[in-house]
Design a protein around this ligand. Structure first.
Ligand code: FMN
Length: 202
């Protein structure tokens, strides 16, 4: 049975647009694939930043791990296991300061690991998976719009996923969420506007 991993990065719970869009994607995906969906909610997971014991754990054979190294590297092992078990992945994230939230960057720091998800020759070891990245932003950064060049989030996510071997990446730029905050549109209408892109990706 197919498995979808949903990675959520917004702290805004029910007000989060990226969460609503990722949920819609997961519903569509479940309808068309009939598989299992695992949600990794970074906002409610305790995701520590990389530490000295983590680095020791990542670059020392498991049998030589100190208790501190073993403890620090466990979350990385868990995140990588979730990623490897999935056939497909969807990342729902806000744009923060034209990039991604620190929480999502922290997840990336845990899953991009030498000898586990990429090799010494920079070969990605996470093969045969498809990813969809949904980026909600207050402003609009669609291709051809004046501020397109400020968006470093989509390029970075495509690059880092490609680096670990996930090269089939679809990016959905859900720009203009400020209109919801200003009462100019509703969450339902905004999500409906993205329905075609979500359906096509799922
Ligand atoms: C700390 C912070 C930084 C943000 N930076 C940007 C930005 O650089 N560009 C932008 O268009 N919107 C920015 N926003 C607005 C969010 O991208 C927007 O509210 C989006 O809908 C958040 O995703 P969410 O609804 O899933 O939480 C920022 C919001 C916050 C809280």
């Amino acid at each position: 049975m197919s498995k979808l991993l949903v990675v959520e990065a917004s702290p805004r719970g029910p007000y989060s647009v990226s969460r609503q869009l990722a949920k819609r994607f997961a519903d569509e995906w479940r309808d068309s694939h009939g598989g299992d969906v695992l949600v990794r909610d970074l906002a409610t997971s305790h995701v520590p930043n990389i530490s000295l014991p983590w680095i020791g754990g990542a670059f020392t054979p498991t049998e030589q791990h100190s208790p501190e190294m073993g403890e620090a590297i466990k979350i990385s092992d868990d995140f990588i296991a979730e990623l490897l078990a999935a056939d497909e992945i969807v990342i729902g994230t806000p744009m923060y300061n034209f990039s991604i939230p620190a929480l999502l960057k922290s997840w990336i720091d845990h899953v991009v690991r030498f000898g586990v998800t990429f090799s010494a020759s920079y070969e990605g070891l996470v093969k045969g998976k498809k990813a969809t990245v949904i980026i909600a932003s207050g402003g609009n950064f669609a291709p051809g719009t004046p501020y397109e060049g400020l968006n470093v989030a989509s390029g970075y996510l495509k690059q880092i996923l490609g680096f670990i071997g996930i090269t089939d990446v679809t990016v959905i730029l859900a720009g203009g969420t400020l209109a919801i905050d200003h009462g100019q549109t509703t969450m339902e209408d905004f999500v409906a506007q993205q329905a075609g892109a979500l359906h096509a990706a799922a």
